[in-house]
Design a protein around this ligand. Structure first.
Ligand code: HEM
Ligand SMILES: [Cu+2]
Length: 697
C-alpha cells in the first residue's frame, strides 16, 4: 500500500538506516551541531545548578497563563528568527562568492561554498522558518499577551487550548531543527510546489520534514486563532464595546479570522501532497491524472491570506505606538477598523496574482489584478491615518516610535512595488525575479520593524522594566542600514533580470551589487549582536530601569496600561469597567487612575496542566516517525495523543478560586514594593503624572 522508498527500510527503524550513508563532513552542519549540543548542555547545567528545573516546569512549561504562553511563543520565535537569519547570511555570502563563471568554488561546490543541493535546502529552510515558526509565533505571542489585557479579560477563552497551540508550534520548530542534523530539509522552496515535492523528484526525507513541520504548526495556529476570536467576541470587559476596542485587538480579530479560514486550506493542500508521497495517489501529478496547478491554487489560497495574517498585527502595533508617542488619539479610529477588516476581506480575492504567468485568460488575470490593487485603498487609509495622528502631535522619537515610523515608510515602498507586480504586464517580466523577493522582504520588514517596536513598547508590560534606550537606538540604526544595503540592490538586480534562488550567477557584472548586500548582512549581524547586548544590559540594570507606575511611557492610551506593570497572574484585581475608546487615556485625564472601584472579590482561574507539554513531545515524535516511516512509532504516538486528549476531557479538577483575601494580600504587596521603589526614585517634577497611575487593581 505504501509508496516504495529509495534506500533501505526496516520495520523497526524505518528509513533511518540511510543516515549511515550520509556525509557529515559539512563544517557548517558540524559547527551548528556542536553549537546546539553545547548550548543545550549549558542551559541544562545552569538549570540544575541554580535549582530551577522544578521552577521551569511549574511556572512555565505547564502554565496556562496567557502572558507566559505569549512570552514563550516570542522566545521560540526569536530563536527561530536567529536560525533563519543564519540561513540568510549563508545565502547572501554564497551568492556573492558564486558570481561570474570564474568564481572559485570550495567545499565541494563548483562556485561559492554550497553545492546546489545544500543551497536549495538553505533557502527553503530560510523561507519556511521565517514565515511558519519565526514571524507567526512572535505575532501570536504578542496577541496572546495583549488581547486579554486590552479587552479587560483575565485570560483567554480556552487557556488550556492556548497551551496546546504553543506545544504544536514548538514541536514544529524542533522538527525543522532536527532536519538540520538528522537527514536534510526540503529543497523545493518554502512554497513546496509540485511536482518538485512529489516522490520522483524528491525521494529523500527532506520534503517530509517540511510537510510535518507545516502540519504541526498549522494545528497550533488554527487552535490559537479559534481561541483569540472566541476571547475577543466573548470575554470583553463591561463597557468594552467592539468600537471601543484598541486597534491592535481589532487587528487580532481580523487576522485570526483569516487564519481560522485559511490554514485549513494549507492543511488540505499538504495532506493531499502527503497522500501522493506516502500512498501513491496522484492529486498533483499530471501523469496519474492529477493536476499540479491544483496544489498551486490551494497553496496560494492560503498563502496570500497568510501574508495579511502576518501584516495585520503589525499594522495593529503601529496603530498603538504612534498615538502614544504623538500624545494624541489615533486619527479616525473607525476608518482604521474598517480598513483592517477590509484588508482581511480582500485578502481572499487576490491569490492568483502569485502566478499570472500560469496562462489563464486575460479576463482572469484582469480580475485578480484589479482585486489586488483594491488592497491599496484600505492600506492607503491606514497610512494617512498614521500620518495625521502624528500631524501636530507632540511626537517623541523614542525607540518604539522609531521602529513604527520606519515601518510606515517601508509600507510605502513595499506597497508601491506590490502595485507594480500586481499588473500582469509588468508581472510577466518580474515574476520569479529577485524584484519579487525584494518586494516581499520589503513587506516582511514592516512586520519585523513593527515587532521590534512592539516588543520594545510592551517589554515593560511583560517584565516591569524598560529596555536600554541607547543600545536600542544603535540596534535600530544598524538594522535599518542592513535593510537598505540588502534590499535596495535586490530591487535593482531584479530589474537587471536576476532570477531568484540561484546557486550560481553567470553575470560577473552583478558582483558589486551582490557585495553591497554582503555589507548589509554585516550590518544586520552587528545589529543582532547589539540587540543581544541590549537584552543583557537591560536585564542586568533592571532595577534601575524598573517602571514604577502601570504606564511605562506615561502617555499610553489603552486598557492594558491600567493594570500593574507587569500584571499579576489574574490581570485585573477588580473587573474593569470601560467608559471610552482609549480607556486608559480617559482615566488619566479624569484622574481616575485607580481601577479599585470596589473591594476585591474572589477570582476564578484555570489550573496548570502537564498535558500540553506531553502533546508537544508526542507531536514531535509523531512527525519524526512519519518522516522516517517508522510506522509503529507513529501509531504509538498518535494513540498517545488521542489518550491524552481523552484523559484531559475526563479531568474535572481544572480550575480553582483565588480567595478575595489572597487577592487583597497580593495587591497590598505589590503596592508596598512599588512604594519602596517610588521612594528610591528621584522626586517627580511638578505636573509630572508618571506616578499618578498607582492603583490597587
Ligand atoms: C499593497 C499590497 C500588496 C500587493 C499589491 C502585493 C502584490 C504582490 C504580487 C502581485 C505578488 C506576486 C509576484 C510574483 O510572484 O510575480 C506578490 C508576491 C508576494 N508578496 Fe505581495 N503584495 C502586497 C502586499 C504584501 C504583503 C502585506 C506581504 C506580506 C507581509 C506580501 C508578501 C508577498 C510574498 C511573500 C510574495 C511572494 C511569495 C513567493 O513567490 O515566494 N505582499 N505580492
Ligand atoms: Cu499575494
Amino acid at each position: 500500500m505504501f509508496v516504495d522508498v529509495q534506500g533501505p527500510w526496516n520495520p523497526w527503524i524505518g528509513r533511518l538506516g540511510m543516515l549511515l550513508d550520509m556525509e557529515y563532513t559539512n563544517p557548517f552542519i558540524f559547527f551548528a551541531l556542536v553549537l546546539v549540543v553545547v548550548g543545550a548542555l549549558a542551559v541544562a547545567a545552569y538549570l540544575v545548578y541554580s535549582r530551577r528545573v522544578g521552577w521551569l516546569w511549574r511556572e512555565w512549561l505547564t502554565t496556562v497563563d496567557h502572558k507566559k504562553i505569549g512570552i514563550m511563543y516570542i522566545v521560540v520565535g526569536l530563536v527561530m528568527l536567529f536560525r533563519g537569519f543564519f540561513d540568510a547570511i549563508m545565502i547572501r555570502t554564497h551568492q556573492a562568492m558564486a558570481a561570474g563563471t570564474s568564481s572559485p568554488g570550495i567545499m565541494g561546490a563548483q562556485h561559492g561554498y554550497m553545492p546546489p543541493f545544500h543551497m536549495d535546502q538553505v533557502f527553503t529552510a530560510h523561507g519556511t522558518i521565517m514565515i511558519i515558526v519565526a514571524v507567526t509565533p512572535i505575532l501570536v505571542g504578542l496577541m496572546n499577551i495583549l488581547v486579554p489585557l486590552q479587552i479587560g479579560a483575565r485570560d483567554m477563552a480556552y487557556p488550556f487550548l492556548n497551551a496546546v497551540g504553543l506545544a504544536f508550534t514548538v514541536a514544529a520548530s524542533a522538527l525543522i531543527m532536527g532536519a538540520l542534523f538528522i537527514g536534510f530539509f526540503s529543497h523545493a522552496g518554502w512554497v513546496g510546489l509540485s511536482p518538485l515535492t512529489e516522490m520522483p523528484s524528491s525521494p529523500g526525507p527532506g520534503v517530509d520534514y517540511w510537510i510535518w513541520a507545516i502540519q504541526l504548526s498549522s494545528i497550533g495556529t488554527t487552535l490559537g486563532a479559534l481561541n483569540i476570536i472566541a476571547t475577543i467576541l466573548k470575554m470583553r470587559a463591561p463597557g468594552m464595546t467592539l468600537l471601543r476596542m484598541p486597534v491592535f485587538s481589532w487587528a487580532a480579530l481580523g487576522t485570526n479570522i483569516i487564519a481560522l479560514t485559511s490554514f485549513p486550506l494549507l492543511t488540505v493542500a499538504v495532506s493531499l501532497l502527503t497522500l501522493d508521497r506516502y500512498i501513491g495517489t496522484h492529486f498533483f501529478t499530471a501523469d496519474g491524472g492529477g493536476n499540479l496547478m491544483m496544489y498551486t491554487n490551494l497553496f496560494w489560497l492560503w498563502g496570500h491570506p497568510e501574508v495579511y495574517f502576518v501584516v495585520l498585527p503589525a499594522f495593529g502595533m503601529i496603530s498603538e505606538i504612534i498615538p502614544t508617542f504623538s500624545e494624541k488619539t489615533l486619527f479616525n479610529y473607525v476608518s482604521m477598523v474598517f480598513a483592517t477588516m477590509a484588508i482581511a476581506g480582500v485578502s481572499w480575492l487576490v491569490w492568483l496574482h502569485h502566478y499570472y504567468i500560469m496562462g489563464a485568460s486575460a479576463g482572469v488575470n484582469t480580475f485578480f489584478s484589479i482585486a489586488t490593487m483594491l488592497v491599496g485603498i484600505p492600506t492607503g487609509v491606514k497610512v494617512f491615518n498614521w500620518v495625521f495622528t502624528m500631524w501636530r502631535g507632540h511626537v517623541r522619537l523614542e525607540t518604539p516610535m522609531l521602529w513604527a515610523v520606519t515601518a510606515v515608510l517601508l509600507l510605502i515602498g513595499g506597497g508601491m512595488t506590490g502595485m507594480m507586480v500586481a499588473i500582469p504586464a509588468i508581472n510577466y517580466v518580474t515574476h520569479n525575479s529577485v524584484f519579487v523577493v525584494a518586494h516581499f522582504h520589503n513587506m516582511f520588514l514592516i512586520i519585523v520593524f513593527a515587532v521590534f517596536g512592539g516588543v520594545t513598547y510592551w517589554w515593560p508590560k511583560m517584565f516591569g522594566f524598560k529596555l536600554d534606550e541607547y543600545l536600542g537606538r544603535w540596534f535600530f540604526w544598524l538594522f535599518w542600514g542592513g535593510s537598505v544595503f540588502v534590499f535596495v540592490p535586490m530591487y535593482v538586480l531584479g530589474f537587471l533580470g536576476m532570477t531568484r534562488r540561484l546557486d550560481f550567477i553567470a553575470h560577473s557584472s552583478w558582483l558589486p551589487l551582490l557585495l553591497f548586500q554582503v555589507v548589509g548582512i554585516v550590518l544586520y549581524t552587528a545589529s543582532v549582536l547589539v540587540f543581544l547586548l541590549q537584552l543583557y544590559v537591560s536585564i542586568r540594570d533592571r532595577h534601575e530601569n524598573r517602571v514604577t507606575g502601570p504606564d511605562a511611557w506615561e502617555t499610553s492610551r489603552s486598557l492594558e496600561w491600567a493594570t500593574h506593570t507587569p500584571p499579576p497572574f489574574y490581570n485585573f484585581a477588580v473587573q474593569p469597567v470601560v467608559h471610552e475608546r482609549d480607556e486608559w487615556a480617559w482615566r488619566r485625564e479624569n484622574g481616575l487612575t485607580s481601577l479599585d472601584t470596589g473591594t476585591c472579590e474572589s477570582i476564578h482561574m484555570p489550573k496548570n496542566s502537564a498535558i500540553p507539554a506531553l502533546l508537544c513531545v508526542l507531536g514531535l515524535v509523531f512527525g519524526f516517525a512519519m518522516v522516517w516511516r517508522i510506522w509503529w512509532l507513529a501509531g504509538v504516538s498518535l494513540v498517545g495523543v488521542v489518550i491524552a486528549v481523552i484523559v484531559r476531557g475526563c479531568i474535572r479538577d481544572i480550575d480553582y478560586t483565588v480567595p478575595a483575601a489572597e487577592v487583597e494580600r497580593i495587591e497590598k504587596d505589590r503596592l508596598t514594593v512599588r512604594d519602596d521603589e517610588v521612594a528610591r526614585q528621584p522626586a517627580p517634577a511638578p505636573g509630572d503624572n508618571a506616578h499618578a497611575g498607582r492603583m490597587s487593581g
